[in-house]
Design a protein around this ligand. Structure first.
Ligand code: C5P
Length: 340
């Protein structure tokens, strides 16, 4: 496609996917450091992290939208931006906003999300997936599951109090460790649905209207402020309260800020990926990041490469290759298996 946007001559579609994979890997490494370097008694509040994340993402998106408007011929960019932000259809963003806040407060492991995202893409975006593509998505989910089981991050792993929210692949929903395994599994399943739906819904709003990506991001952040503030305002009172802002930023050391910064970056890259690529390909990028971060951990933390890592990551790589085969060029063996 000759009109596809590029950065430094490379298609933005792929640049954004690769950036997302690197960002995800960086996030899990920084979170690992923050866990080993701070005792649980000094952990910061996940609810504060979610709120800060939304405030920062919203402000940056607002800045980018304003900058883009001021470069164009618009006479009063700020007025125009405010009009665009409070457009009649801005309510549409309230749905992914709530879903994302729920998901960010109860992070999900990826394997099942890959399939729920594909299902919602077919349902809401009327995307067609060939049987080869479905097979590769199953392989992808299985590969991720195999890699994750061996890193000890199984779906029902207890939530570590020190673990910041939104972690891509190391945690389970916040309260599953105090639930029965069945309820825990239910919570994970529900989280996979909300998460798959949030992404696909955002994609639908973005691709079915002409509004600017950054304006949509501002709308998303504004709607997210409400559910992000609720647990802070109505949560358990902070002992020895020292004022709202001081309480909010309690125990926010440099690792916590680094985590929030990388998550903010991740949110912004995610938006670009959803616009120029799609949620299904995003699943491949984040799955590949699991391999990247594990390999980095081998160097940084002396993790050992295990047979299940090799099996899981090969499965992920084969799935990625398979998904990207052009139509009609799928491996014949597989086509025969699928069609019988
Ligand atoms: O787990 P998943 O990859 O769906 O998470 C996407 C992340 O990207 C969420 O933390 C969400 O808040 C963020 N996001 C964003 N802006 C968008 C879309 C997603 O900040 N437009």
């Amino acid at each position: 496609d000759a009109t596809a946007p590029t950065v430094f001559g490379l298609p933005l579609k792929y640049v954004s996917l690769v950036t997302l994979a690197v960002q995800n890997a960086a996030l899990s490494i920084v979170m690992h450091y923050s866990r080993v370097s701070t005792p649980p008694s000094q952990s910061y509040s996940p609810a504060s992290a979610v709120l800060l994340n939304e405030i920062l993402k919203g402000s940056i998106s607002f800045g980018i939208a304003l900058w883009r408007l001021s470069k164009s011929d618009v006479r009063r960019p700020l007025d125009q931006l405010l009009r665009d932000t409070f457009s009649p259809d801005c309510w549409k963003l309230s749905i992914p906003a709530v879903l994302y806040v729920v998901q960010n407060s109860a992070s999900v492991t990826y394997q099942m999300k890959i399939l729920t995202t594909a299902a919602f893409s077919v349902l809401l975006l009327r995307r067609r997936l060939t049987s080869t593509k479905w097979v590769s998505l199953f392989f992808l989910a299985a590969g991720v599951a195999i890699v994750q089981i061996q890193t000890g991050a199984s779906t029902l792993a207890p939530h570590k109090p020190n673990m910041p929210v939104g972690s891509a692949h190391e945690s389970a929903p916040l309260y599953t460790h105090i639930m029965s395994p069945l309820k825990g599994f239910g919570a994970v399943t529900a989280a996979c649905f909300t998460s798959g739906l949030a992404g696909v819904y955002f994609e639908m709003v973005l691709k079915n209207s002409k509004a600017d990506l950054w304006v949509r991001n501002v709308q998303l952040s504004l709607f997210s402020l409400v559910p992000a503030l609720l647990p802070i305002l109505y949560g358990p009172p902070v002992p020895n309260s020292r004022g709202f802002i001081t309480d909010l930023l309690k125990n926010f050391g440099c690792w916590a800020w680094a985590t929030v910064a990388i998550q903010v970056l991740g949110g912004l890259i995610t938006a670009v990926v959803i616009k120029y690529s799609d949620n299904i390909l995003k699943g491949f990028a984040t799955s590949l990041s699991i391999i990247l971060s594990f390999l980095a951990s081998v160097i940084l933390f002396n993790f050992r490469i295990t047979p299940s890592f090799l099996i899981g990551s090969s499965t992920v790589l084969v799935a990625t290759w398979l998904y990207n085969q052009p139509a009609g060029k799928e491996p014949t063996l597989l086509v025969n298996v699928v069609n019988t």
